[in-house]
Design a protein around this ligand. Sequence first.
Ligand SMILES: [Zn+2]
Length: 175
Amino acid sequence: MTSTAPGLLVPAVDEDGAPFWDYAARGELRIQACADCGRLRFPPRPCCPYCRSFASEWRPVSGRGRIWSFVIAHPPLPPAYQERAPYPVLLVELAEDPGIRLVGDLAAESQQGPGHGQGQGHGQGGAPASGGPGGGRRRRPAQRAPEPRIGAPVRVVFEQPPVPDCPPLPRWALI
Ligand SMILES: [Zn+2]
């Protein structure tokens, strides 16, 4: 991980993982698979842990999965993340293979809540979710953002962070 101007962390792309990010840049989730035994593996690496073959391919997957676990990130955090806290970070098992688990946070569209038409404003600063009646300036009167739970179905969403030369990052939307 490398620190950047706005302080957001970006992926360290190595030779084995580069195709993952190339596909992500096209909005595709692909996972490395063994070209001999066919099993998926993650993180990417040269050799199959099951049959020891060095032949591999990048297989498209559905981008769907379930929340296997999650944490709620609280300070202390790097400064660029502090403002968003507390926020969930999910560990998602892929539909194609529950042994493949990817980390990502909740996509912005999940945080806006379903069926809510206005208030597109992203991250308009703000007040914590609660704090007493009449306190905050939130525009969602009755509806709270959905919260993650273990086992909930999700789909991947690629979102471009505001960092030059950073690939779109996989995040997860509740479905
Ligand atoms: Zn194999």
